[in-house]
Design a protein around this ligand. Structure first.
Ligand SMILES: Cc1cc2nc3c(=O)[nH]c(=O)nc-3n(C[C@H](O)[C@H](O)[C@H](O)COP(=O)(O)OP(=O)(O)OC[C@H]3O[C@@H](n4cnc5c(N)ncnc54)[C@H](O)[C@@H]3O)c2cc1C
Ligand SMILES: *[C@@H]1O[C@H](CO)[C@@H](O)[C@H](O)[C@H]1NC(C)=O
Ligand SMILES: *[C@@H]1O[C@H](CO)[C@@H](O)[C@H](O)[C@H]1NC(C)=O
Ligand SMILES: *[C@@H]1O[C@H](CO)[C@@H](O)[C@H](O)[C@H]1NC(C)=O
Length: 655
């Protein structure tokens, strides 16, 4: 890891949590009942808090977040600090207890028993405040499966979700200086524009600063993948390589735009019917069962070592994310009866699928040293003239390299990285597994049918290539040298994991077991991905920039070498989901199409946990769309005016 951390010394570090003038104390928050309590002020939580409190006369809404409120914080708000894999040159959000839950996975047998770092945002804005800001939409097939295969109805297909994607965003087209990444023969900007919203809370822009490696890397990736570029990657055709920079959640004035900045502006927070409580950890929901009906009546939380209980009249909305939502449900007595009884937790509802069906995108990566005088993020670390010029530029005009975020170059079909014979052998082995393994439940069988269809058609990407123009993640950079780290993300893994509590204590983290690469198929895909990275980087015009293959070393060549490397290097892309899936209860679902937990009268889940089957891109925009859709469902169900919920909270945030 690079040791220099220039940002704190260059930009005034205003990190003390802002105490918002009218925020209630933890004790005062518990005094009066709420109509709706939203658990978790992460990505989805602020959307619900905003939309449900928009009709002033109606609902009293409370939002409870475990992390601190940090609207003014350069590490969160300077885009470069949040680059994929972190950026050691400007300080790091990941593994930092001020922002991150600092979780670890269970030991992964297929990865030499490693316990992987498993970052999750613990701050107002949640993971949207610490993530890599990539803004993508999956393909039509990804979402249509929610409606058809998982039987949630037409309201949950691509066309029905599109207005909610658009409602969340204020999209800006790429600017002139990003032109090298948006060749008009590849991308049809007016077609892309027709699929984006321009009035929503979250600012979405494209990089305005490009490093020396961006354009060559994109051009080489298209050549290496040998698929026609996608003219509109956001229009439902995920298809092939778009060969463009991807959009990201950065404002036109160069600041990260996370969910709390976008949806919880001062104007929204000062609504008399909305209360936002930070630094309070929800420990359980309290239920009452009468005449066979189980209803949430209160929420318990811990703050400053004290435990409080606040009453709820109408609804509890779980938005604590794919790891903590199942944890809190289990702590509340909703989950696998055998597990709960073994921990001494009174069983409210036996719902063993809570915490099952965990899906995540595993990733492999390699790093390369580049020739002298190539500007990358590393230049900030070894050229102090450049670093102070850029800091000054950022301060005066919010432009330059500190606004840069690394952007995926697009998903590549598996057909681009395997020979037909290799792919046929992999598919045969996969079919045998699906037919014979006792682990393949009817729910999994349905998921696998969707996935096999996607891989066989070869129209949607299966592995995504990302350029990170920096080193320091895999090897220690040599002084004065620039690097590139090339990444291959597996977008449609077949392996499934779980997340479950191991104690009745909220302070103890749950056991997160993604079970990465246990299936030969998943392992083989990333072995192919790791080798494809080599091919990509060896393709012109990128090849001329590279002067040394660093990790894995150039000598890595046999199949055995690559397998060994992949087992040592694979990690998470931080996209866990599916742990309270939206699907019929008989099939293994936990929530219904109105996102209500089966068997409970008034508890919904609105976060990444409900997504039944992972999608072929980064998942944050989908979480926003689900949250916007959920708010719409609730306002309609409660006969409140949904239209007042739009166009508010367009705050731009501060450094
Ligand atoms: C490092 C990283 C990089 C990523 N990069 C990208 C990217 O570039 N693009 C993309 O699309 N996606 C990315 N993702 C994924 C994306 O950010 C998440 O999937 C998405 O934000 C999840 O939203 P959520 O609302 O489900 O959960 P979160 O945003 O994680 O929100 C959950 C919130 O609940 C709070 N909480 C948890 N437990 C409790 C409790 N007991 N009491 C009170 N509050 C609690 C948490 O502190 C958190 O604020 C990344 C994620 C990470 C971690
Ligand atoms: C670009 O998209 C627009 C809108 O969909 C369409 O009218 C136009 O013909 C497209 N241009 C090209 C070159 O395909
Ligand atoms: C419930 O938990 C027990 C104990 O952990 C486990 O053996 C069992 O398989 C689980 N049941 C289901 C349906 O997941
Ligand atoms: C350092 O950056 C400055 C300003 O961008 C540039 O002029 C100079 O050539 C760089 N020096 C080195 C050694 O790269």
């Amino acid at each position: 890891m690079g040791s220099s951390r220039i940002l704190p010394s260059l930009v005034a570090l205003v990190v003390s949590a802002i105490s918002l003038a009218d925020a209630l104390s933890p004790a005062a928050f518990a005094q009066e009942p709420f109509d709706v309590i939203v658990v978790g002020g992460g990505t989805a939580g602020p959307v619900l808090a905003n939309r449900l409190s928009a009709s002033p006369s109606s609902l009293r809404v409370g939002l409870i977040e475990a992390g601190a409120d940090r609207p003014v914080d350069p590490l969160i708000n300077t885009p470069t600090a949040g680059n994929l894999l972190g950026n050691a040159h400007v300080g790091t959000l990941l593994g930092n207890p001020t922002y991150d839950w600092e979780l670890k996975s269970a030991p992964q047998p297929a990865l030499n028993g490693q316990e992987l770092q498993y970052p999750r945002g613990k701050v107002m804005g949640g993971s949207s405040a610490i993530n890599s800001m990539v803004w993508q939409r999956g393909s039509r097939a990804d979402y249509d499966a929610w409606g058809t295969t998982f039987e949630n109805g037409e309201e949950w297909n691509f066309d029905a979700l599109l207005p909610f994607f658009m409602r969340s965003e204020s999209w800006h087209p790429p600017e002139e200086n990003a032109a090298p990444l948006f060749p008009s023969e590849h991308l049809n900007i007016s077609a892309v524009a027709a699929f984006h919203g321009t009035e929503g809370p979250v600012s979405v822009t494209y990089n305005t600063y490009l490093t020396d490696l961006d354009a060559p890397a994109a051009q080489a990736a298209v050549k290496a993948a040998q698929v026609p570029p996608n003219s509109n990657p956001d229009g439902g055709a995920d298809a092939s390589m778009p060969a463009t920079g991807t959009a990201r959640t950065v404002t036109p004035n160069g600041l990260r735009h996370h969910a709390a900045a976008a949806y919880l502006s001062t104007e929204v927070r000062t609504r008399p019917n909305l209360e936002v409580l930070a630094e309070a950890t929800v420990s359980r929901i309290i239920f009452e069962t009468k005449k066979g009906k189980t209803k949430a009546t209160a929420v318990e939380y811990v703050s400053g070592g004290k435990t409080y209980t606040v009453e709820v009249r109408k609804e509890v909305i779980m938005a604590a994310g794919a790891i903590h939502t199942p944890q809190i449900l289990e702590l509340s007595g909703v989950g696998n009866k055998t597990l709960l009884e073994s921990l001494g937790i009174p069983v409210v509802l036996d719902l063993p699928e809570v915490g099952e069906n965990l899906q995540d995108h595993p990733v492999t990566l390699s790093d390369f040293r580049v020739v002298p005088n190539v500007v990358t993020l590393d230049t900030l670390g070894y050229n102090s003239t450049f670093a102070s010029e850029q800091a000054e530029l950022y301060k005066s005009s919010r432009s330059g390299i500190l606004t840069y975020t690394s952007a995926p170059l697009g998903p590549v079909p598996l057909q681009s990285m395997t020979t037909p014979e290799e792919l046929a052998a992999m598919r045969k082995q996969l079919d045998e597994y699906i037919e014979t393994s006792p682990e393949v439940t009817p729910f999994l069988k349905k998921q696998y049918d969707v996935l096999r269809d996607i891989v066989d058609k070869g129209e949607d990407g299966w592995v995504e290539m990302v350029l990170v123009p920096a080193g320091g993640v895999l090897s220690t950079p040599e002084a004065g040298k620039s690097y590139l780290t090339a990444v291959a993300i597996q977008l449609h893994p077949f392996g499934r994991g779980s997340v479950h509590i191991k104690s009745a204590d909220i302070a103890e983290a749950p056991v997160i077991d993604p079970r990465f690469l246990e299936l030969p198929w998943d392992f083989n895909v990333l072995v192919q991905g790791a080798q494809f990275i080599r091919k990509w980087v060896a393709t012109e015009p990128l090849a001329s920039y590279v002067d040394k293959i660093v990790t894995p070393p150039e000598s890595t060549s046999t199949r055995e070498d690559w397998e060994k490397y992949v087992r040592s290097v694979v990690r998470t892309t931080n996209h866990p989901l599916g742990t309270t899936a939206m699907a019929p209860r008989e099939l293994g679902g936990v929530v219904d199409p109105a996102l209500k937990v089966y068997g409970l009268e008034n508890v919904r889940v609105v976060d990444a946990s409900i997504i039944p089957l992972t999608i072929g891109v980064a998942i944050m925009p989908t979480v926003y769309a689900v949250a916007e859709k959920a708010a719409d469902i609730l306002l309609k169900e409660w006969k409140l005016d949904a239209s007042t919920g739009t166009h508010t909270g367009k705050g731009l945030g501060e450094l």
